[in-house]
Design a binder for this molecule. Structure first.
Ligand code: S3P
Length: 432
């Protein structure tokens, strides 16, 4: 088993960090460009394993994908109805977004496709997408009664039909899959969710000339006739990657970090709200739009944090940030109570279990696992320990920050950061 040693920071973290491209937006940029019929230049693409899985799948489906550099590529599709039957199995790797969004697109295509993925993706629930797509007329088969990988999508018997779907979960992957199938369906398709999840699909479809109607928690799409690819998509930096530095800068005494080019789409900024409630010192500078999405630079400085309570309502706006928020909570005064976080059990690993089990190795007794959340006792006495990443990138990065602020950590299976942030450990060294 591979391991990495992270040392305790000897001084405040200092410097400027250019935040790599947003993972969710990078996925969508390649997928949607592959449905256009003119070349799209994608800039600041996230060159990480998850997005490379999407790029490889779109290539296998007949799109031309040319990398000019690590982070810049040109994608040329064959039009909205121009995808080709893949010659072999599509591998979504570790990526739920690749698999779920592509199921939505492929459900409407006149050819067969079969998906696989890594061990983690084989455990994750796919019925949440397969069920509604089947209600639209899709024919999708998978293990465990059409709920898990491997999955095969067979051409539908007739054109998919639009529907109104009340989703039991606030999930952008579920919402996106249904909307993408809706583009090819007869009649309109509406997805309503308990709380609004990230809206990058809606934002980017608008950039391709697709009109969507948004009312409260519902989005409606009409069958799409014209799909006009923009010449260029510039991907803003990922706030989910910036989150590690927002927390590290807030909790390592004497820190001051400038984070350059961070997406601040309001459906993603729950972390800013929570950290500010905790007393963090974060200022936004140079607010602008990047590729149709709001972006800014962020200055974060060390401050005393206090515990907070939050739950289901804000969850979709910070769903991927719970592990690193838990790190902030361990360094805050007082308890932090997180509820409505049951979705974390079906991420790359069961993150509630992983946080409780692994963080308690560094902070004995400080994290209590609840059915749908966590209770974190702040002011924890941090000690050095060996902890396991569960091959989950966000657990590995959160452990690294916890070790940095505490007494160091040895992380088992640390390379999973390649899923979303390949330069993470190098950047952590550079700011010390
Ligand atoms: C994503 C949506 C979220 C998030 C994932 C990326 C997306 O999942 O956790 O990392 O790109 O749509 P859910 O929408 O299923 O919660």
């Amino acid at each position: 088993m591979e391991k990495i040693q992270i040392e305790k920071a000897r001084q405040g973290l200092q410097g400027e960090i250019v935040i790599p491209g947003d993972k969710s937006i990078s996925h969508r940029s390649v997928m949607f460009s592959a449905l256009g019929d003119t070349p799209v230049r994608i800039k600041n693409f996230l060159h990480a394993q998850d997005c490379m899985s999407t790029a490889a799948c779109m290539e296998a489906l007949g799109a031309k994908v040319e990398f000019i550099s690590d982070t810049e590529l040109i994608v040329t599709g064959n039009g909205l109805h121009g995808l080709k039957e893949p010659a072999t199995i599509l591998d979504a790797g570790n990526s739920g977004t690749t698999l779920r969004l592509l199921m939505g697109i492929l459900a409407a295509q006149p050819f067969l496709s079969t998906f696989t993925g890594d061990a983690s993706l084989h455990k994750r629930p796919m019925g949440r997408v397969i069920k509604p797509l089947s209600q639209m007329g899709a024919q999708i088969y998978g293990r465990e009664n059409n709920a898990k990988l491997p999955i095969t999508v067979v051409p539908a018997k007739e054109k998919l039909h639009g529907m109104h779907y009340d989703s039991p979960v606030a999930s952008a992957q579920v919402k996106s899959a249904i909307l993408l199938a809706g583009m090819f369906a007869e009649g309109e398709t509406t997805v309503n969710e308990p709380f609004v999840s990230r809206d990058h699909t809606e934002q980017m479809l608008a950039a391709f000339g697709v009109q969507l109607k948004r009312e409260g928690t519902a989005v409606t799409i009409q069958p799409v006739e014209k799909f006009i690819a923009p010449q260029e998509i510039e991907v803003p930096g990922d706030i989910s990657s910036a989150a590690y530095w927002l927390v590290a800068g807030s909790i390592v005494p004497g820190s001051k970090l400038l984070l350059k080019n961070v997406g601040i789409n309001p459906t993603r900024t729950g972390i800013l709200d929570v950290l500010k409630d905790m007393g963090a010192k974060i200022t936004l500078q140079n607010e602008r739009t990047s590729g149709g999405e709001a972006a800014a630079d962020m200055l974060v400085e060390y401050s005393d944090l206090k515990g907070v309570t939050f739950g289901a309502e804000i969850m979709p706006r910070l769903i991927d940030e719970i592990p690193i928020i838990a790190v902030a909570a361990l360094c805050a005064q007082g308890d932090t109570v997180i509820t409505g976080a049951g979705e974390l059990r079906v991420k790359e690993t069961d993150r509630l279990m992983a946080i409780a089990k692994e963080f308690n190795k560094l902070a004995p007794g400080a994290v209590e696992e609840r059915e749908d959340g966590l209770v974190i006792h702040g002011g924890a006495n941090l000690q050095k320990a060996t902890a396991f990443s569960y091959d989950d990138h966000r657990i590995a990065m959160s452990l690294a920050i916890l070790g940095t602020v505490g007494a160091g950590v040895e992380i088992e299976n640390p390379q999973c950061v390649n899923i979303s942030y390949p330069e993470f450990y190098q950047t952590l060294e550079e700011i010390q």
